[in-house]
Design a protein around this ligand. Structure first.
Ligand SMILES: Cc1cc2nc3c(=O)[nH]c(=O)nc-3n(C[C@H](O)[C@H](O)[C@H](O)COP(=O)(O)OP(=O)(O)OC[C@H]3O[C@@H](n4cnc5c(N)ncnc54)[C@H](O)[C@@H]3O)c2cc1C
Length: 530
């Protein structure tokens, strides 16, 4: 069963070795063990629903709690320390577009806010019920998950939007295809959620972001339906498809989406290369990106992330041997790790692998083969389970991300890290921070920073401390003219930074577009913008 106040399936654990806990204690201090909270105890304390009984609307308190939180730090603080402030008033599980039209009419007539809910994996408060004035109804799209059409000639597939990653891949793989969209939240996140948040998968260098994969679809808004036909390309003015991408539930419900699919690749490999320092590997990944080599994934970790990954992996003997071997070739303390993926035909994989590894070698890289890369690939959806274990030991992990041109990458990355560190020091706390570059383009790169800190038992103090660090980092991103999000979206936590990214006029345009689709303001209010 899915955990109600953590990540993933409650039968899956991610134990950490004692050596890793010692390592964290030295860095940020000893965490205070957290007591597990039972859902049945929380249920007794929640306020009763303000919604009246209506056909197909579930008012059960446990279901309402489970649908009120995503995976952001404020969500975790409420779910794990409490108290729960505002939970949704009910949940609907539509099975068709007709059900959605019924719900929209019901909401319009009764002044109810509707919150589209895909997999609930948002890390920015996208699905949090807001506003005391109106009742909130969360609309869980999990029953809308059919494959509607597979157009093999055009390499297009149309699905209902509530379908999850594993279900899409199972259906496509049975016919010899893949969508190739693998965010780390793949297990639970949905097609509609990916489009509504402009998600990026781990192999986006080969398959593209969801922006590149989404070709058409249908959206039902409070004032009618919009259809986007899957043209291969179009010069017919501004694009409605672009407005639906990143709409975060504000325009209406994406009911179905037509996406580009690819034949299953003949070959796929993941390799690891170690570099003696950040600059050496940085030169290599920049060159690989600018030569447009068709690698499917690059993940370049800084020295701290490299060390942390190796320690948390727990295979001490294997890693000790590896470290001895690479040290003979000059790769010692301060080393960095690049994971690099190849996908495609055997011939393309051979060519890309040889050329990219040559670039790495020319930049002092030591290629260690496929073992680490294959391990990463095998465990790639398991890593988020670490958040559960570390929280139990008293440590929280948060991530934040941006993208900037190459000329700004190093400055922005260092700026983000030092702003978080400084903000933590102002609270007399230490923070463990590391960064990788994972979506690299010819003109620049995304920057993905992880920070780990001790949890305060008092929820108000815990939230205040996190917000202080998050604000410092977000302001630094804006100062460096980075986007406030390369892949997670805006939700609640980023909305105050949107205007500086879009300009006042652009921001007003987005607001007017939303008002046109939703004049009563009942679709997911308070998310993306006010
Ligand atoms: C452990 C973890 C790892 C992650 N890794 C990645 C990653 O690698 N890449 C990445 O891009 N993101 C990642 N995320 C963030 C998150 O998974 C994405 O934002 C994802 O796209 C959300 O999809 P969802 O179906 O869970 O949507 P939800 O969280 O349910 O909703 C997100 C937003 O989309 C709206 N929405 C959902 N479905 C619809 C619909 N059918 N119509 C209209 N609006 C809709 C909601 O109203 C909400 O505003 C990660 C999150 C976690 C917790």
């Amino acid at each position: 069963m899915r955990r109600w106040n953590g990540w993933g399936d409650d039968q899956v654990d991610y134990p950490v070795p004692d050596s890793a806990l010692d390592f964290l204690e030295k860095l940020v201090g000893k965490g205070k063990k957290q007591q597990p909270i039972e859902l049945k105890d929380v249920v007794k304390k929640v306020q009763s629903s303000k919604l009246k009984h209506a056909h197909g609307i579930v008012l059960d308190a446990g279901e309402r709690i489970k649908h009120s939180y995503g995976q952001s730090i404020p969500d975790w603080i409420e779910m794990r320390i409490g108290p729960l402030r505002q939970i949704t008033d009910g949940i609907a599980y539509p099975e068709s577009a007709e059900d959605l039209v019924y719900l929209l009419d019901h909401a319009k007539n009764n002044q109810i806010n509707l919150i589209p809910y895909g997999g609930g994996t948002s890390v920015l408060g996208h699905i949090t019920p807001l506003g005391e004035k109106r009742q909130n109804l969360t609309v869980d799209l999990q029953r809308m998950r059919d494959c509607i059409e597979l157009d093999e000639e055009s390499l297009l597939a149309t699905f209902e939007a509530g379908i999850t990653g594993p279900d899409i891949e199972a259906q496509l793989r049975a016919r010899g295809y893949t969508l190739g969209h693998f965010p780390q939240s793949f297990e639970y996140s949905t097609l509609g959620g990916w489009i509504a948040t402009r998600s990026t998968g781990q192999q986006s260098k080969y398959y593209g972001r969801i922006d590149d994969l989404f070709f058409g679809g249908k959206l039902i808004s409070p004032v009618g339906e919009a259809t986007v036909y899957p043209f291969p390309a179009s010069a017919a003015g501004p694009s409605v498809k672009e407005q639906i991408l990143g709409s975060e539930g504000r325009l209406g419900f994406i009911t179905q989406a037509t996406v580009k699919i690819s034949p299953l690749p003949e070959k796929e490999e993941f390799h690891a290369v170690f570099f003696p320092n950040w600059e050496a590997g940085y030169r290599a990944v920049q060159e690989i990106s600018q030569q447009n080599l068709q690698v499917s994934m690059l993940r370049y970790s800084d020295p701290v992330e490299t060390e942390t990954t190796l320690i948390l992996a727990g295979h001490e003997i294997l890693i000790g041997t590896l470290e001895k071997l690479i040290s003979l070739r000059g790769v010692k303390e301060g080393k960095t790790m690049l994971l690099i993926g190849y996908t495609g035909t055997q011939a393309d994989v051979n060519f890309t692998r040889n050329r990219s590894l040559e670039i790495c070698r020319d930049s002092e890289g030591v290629h260690v083969g496929r073992r680490f890369g294959s391990q990463w690939h095998k465990n790639r959806f398991r890593t988020p389970y670490l958040r559960n274990t570390l929280w139990d030991y008293g440590y929280a992990i948060d991530t934040l991300e941006t993208a900037v041109p190459w000329s700004e990458v190093n400055r922005t990355m260092n700026g983000i890290e030092s702003s978080i560190r400084q903000a933590a020091q102002e609270y007399n706390e230490q923070v463990h921070i590391f960064t990788h570059l994972s979506h690299l383009y010819p003109t620049g790169s995304s920057i993905y920073t992880t920070y780990l800190f001790r949890i305060n038992d008092d929820p108000v103090a815990a939230l205040e401390f996190w917000r202080h660090m998050k604000t410092a980092a977000s302001k630094t991103i804006v100062e460096h003219r980075g986007t406030i999000s390369h892949q997670h979206g805006v939700g609640v936590d980023h909305k105050r930074y949107l205007v500086s990214e879009k300009s006042v006029l652009g921001y007003r345009g987005i607001k007017e577009f939303i008002d046109e689709f939703d004049p009563l303001g009942i679709m997911n209010p308070g998310k993306l913008l006010d």
